[in-house]
Design a protein around this ligand. Structure first.
Ligand SMILES: Nc1ncnc2c1ncn2[C@@H]1O[C@H](COP(=O)(O)OP(=O)(O)OP(=O)(O)O)[C@@H](O)[C@H]1O
Ligand SMILES: [Mg+2]
Length: 142
């Protein structure tokens, strides 16, 4: 993800305010894939992070190289995800947002794009009651 792509993803979520930090590893080479679909993944993850920090808070985007995979992490310091909800968040139509606010499809769609289309996976980690980390990987082309 280039800086300009990150900026446009943030523009989409710009009705909400948060501090954004970006760290892009120079070790991340090219990823063979479908750019517009991957852009949708970043938007979905940033959208969730922006909802979680709810008008204040911090979101970090970082990329790194792990073996033959490119890893994109989107980290927020919102309330986190309870262990009960963690096992459901990839299910279609699972949402904790009110009727009309969330369809419960963002992560289902994102998992399909990353997993089925790019041979990667989305891992989610929630440390205690704070910090949700979404780690998306995709096989990188050398
Ligand atoms: N960063 C996060 N912090 C806290 N909870 C999260 C985070 N990301 C996802 N969730 C939880 O996972 C649920 C499912 O997320 P998902 O993106 O699939 O659907 P949604 O955001 O509710 O609706 P949609 O994305 O379709 O508008 C959310 O309703 C929320 O409870
Ligand atoms: Mg969502």
């Amino acid at each position: 993800m280039s800086n300009s792509e990150a900026r446009s993803a943030c523009w989409i979520t710009s009705s909400r305010t948060f501090a954004l930090s970006q760290s892009f590893s120079s070790e991340c080479g090219s990823v063979r894939g479908y750019p517009s679909e991957l852009a949708q993944v970043w938007v979905n993850l940033l959208d969730n992070a922006a909802d979680a920090v709810n008008g204040g808070g911090e979101i970090a985007i970082q990329t790194l190289r792990d073996d033959n995979q490119t890893v994109v992490e989107i980290i927020d310091n919102g309330p986190g995800i309870s262990s009960e909800n963690l096992s459901h968040i990839f299910e279609p139509f699972f949402t904790t947002k009110g009727v009309g606010s969330g369809k419960g499809l963002g992560l289902t769609i994102s998992q399909g794009i990353v997993g089925d289309r790019h041979g990667g996976e989305i891992e989610v980690e929630s440390k205690g009651r704070r910090n949700a980390i979404h780690r998306s990987t995709a096989r990188a082309a050398r």
